[in-house]
Design a protein around this ligand. Structure first.
Ligand code: FAS
Ligand code: PHB
Length: 391
């Protein structure tokens, strides 16, 4: 394959979803991915899908397993000062919900759909580089099995994540970065044990933040706030389960089922936005353009909304000869990105320990949590951001 309409760099959820949305509009794409399919599937990441993301998967016929195996959630618990308080998402948002279904499963479903559509995905590509994207004939070059290749396209979609090549290829004079680094990480564990509760529990405790999530009724996903200096090797399974139990209320600690971890990793937390998200014929989407701390479960969902906007823009360009969508993509995507960045920063600032900010910050956190669980207005704001603001 030497030419296509849209060259997509990166076969994560953003690239794969974009490819299927474009195919639905009869627009050709080739995805170039530097890792193997197994490597991509081996990364354990997001777990909560907004309804907009579920609808996008449904619009391309990739939601059958999601509706069979996914867990619809209508609320979650906030745990602070030893007590749990339920945030009733459905009641606060006129019946909206989120779907608990792992990013790994979404990626698997999208990979199978792309294969079934006979669309080209080049895995294990090395030396991927992008060229001439300031004009109308951009190119992607890469090496595969020792052979040099070139792909011509009308547009390049940079869906290659935070550490990808696309954003890095933009001249520094043409791009603005906004960033906040948090002074802690998330130690995550995946284990084939039943979840501690039917819904997620977000805990603000003196020992640090904890999150009890899940992938199914038999597979749990847990996170602990930990110092950035910690390494996975320092955390035995036993140490993890003991600390998690210390951060839960007595009822949850009692119900906690422990077992061997099948994945254990530490992720740093950052807020990051690159502006704009379009450079001539190069469009950035997903983590290539922005990162949120995972507290608000927005990363994967923002990747989905970016590519929904981008697919609409490309459909107007290729099918209606209308540049309006492409010209308006960056502003449209960034409007939603910044609202999710704000929510993710706010929820992270509310739920984690910041000892460096002193006792005043701790008291303000307690007051805000108290306000949240006793004010419908405050809880509604949390709920409508958590289920996903309108597209
Ligand atoms: P991705 O990073 O998923 O995919 C980019 C793809 O591009 C990768 O397959 C990569 O191999 C490829 N690539 C990179 N450089 C390339 C190059 N030069 N050439 C070709 N291909 C290249 N979000 C949540 O909502 N909840 C969470 O709990 C959560 N946990 C996370 C934990 C971690 C450790 C990380 C890193 C992210 C987490 N996220 C979470 C965010 C995550 O889900 C992202 O938002 C999501 O993967 C975004 O998808 P993409 O934009 O497709 O980027
Ligand atoms: C997860 O299940 O991985 C998950 C869920 C909710 C979050 C973050 C991560 O806010």
């Amino acid at each position: 394959m030497t030419s296509t309409q849209v060259a997509i760099v990166g076969a994560g959820p953003a690239g794969l979803l974009l490819g299927q949305l474009l195919a639905k509009s009869g627009i050709t794409s080739v995805i170039i991915e530097r890792q193997s399919p197994d490597y991509v599937l081996g990364r354990i990441r997001a777990g909560v899908l907004e309804q907009g993301t579920v609808d996008a998967l449904g619009s391309i016929g990739v939601d059958a397993r999601l509706h069979q195996e996914g867990l619809p959630h209508h609320g979650f618990d906030l745990l602070f000062k030893g007590e749990r308080h339920r945030i009733d998402l459905a009641a606060l948002t006129g019946g909206k919900q989120v779907m608990v279904y792992g990013q790994t499963e979404v990626t698997k479903d999208l990979m199978l759909a792309r294969e079934a559509s006979n669309l080209t995905t080049i895995y294990n590509a090395s030396d991927v580089a992008i060229h001439d994207f300031d004009g109308d004939s951009p190119r992607v070059t890469y090496t595969l099995n020792g052979q040099a290749h070139e792909l011509k396209a009308r547009f390049i979609a940079g869906c290659d994540g935070f550490h990808g090549v696309c954003r890095a290829s933009v001249p520094s004079s043409a791009i603005q970065h906004y960033e906040k680094i948090y002074p802690f990480g998330w130690l995550g564990v995946l284990a084939d044990v039943p979840p501690v509760a039917d819904e997620l529990i977000y805990a603000n405790t003196e020992r640090g933040f904890a999150l009890c999530s899940m992938r199914s009724k038999t597979r749990s996903r847990y996170y602990l706030q930990c110092p950035l200096s910690d390494t996975v090797e320092q955390w035995s399974d036993q140490a993890f389960w003991h600390e998690l139990g210390n951060r839960l209320d007595p009822q949850a600690a009692q119900a906690l089922v422990t077992g061997p971890s099948i994945e254990k990793s530490i992720a740093p937390l950052r807020s990051f936005v690159a502006e704009p998200m379009r450079f001539g014929s190069l469009m950035l989407a997903g983590d290539a353009a922005h990162i949120v701390p995972p507290t608000g479960a927005k990363g994967l969902n923002l990747a989905a909304s970016d590519v929904m906007y981008l697919a609409q823009a490309f459909e107007r360009y290729f099918n209606d000869k209308d540049n309006g969508g492409v010209d308006g993509y960056s502003a449209q995507a960034l409007s939603r990105v910044w609202k999710a960045e704000r929510f993710s920063w706010w929820f992270t600032s509310l739920m984690h320990q910041f000892p460096e900010l002193g006792s005043f910050n701790q008291k303000v956190q307690e007051a805000e949590l108290d306000y949240l669980v006793n004010s419908t207005a405050a809880a509604t704001s949390l709920a409508e951001n958590y289920v996903g603001l309108p597209l």
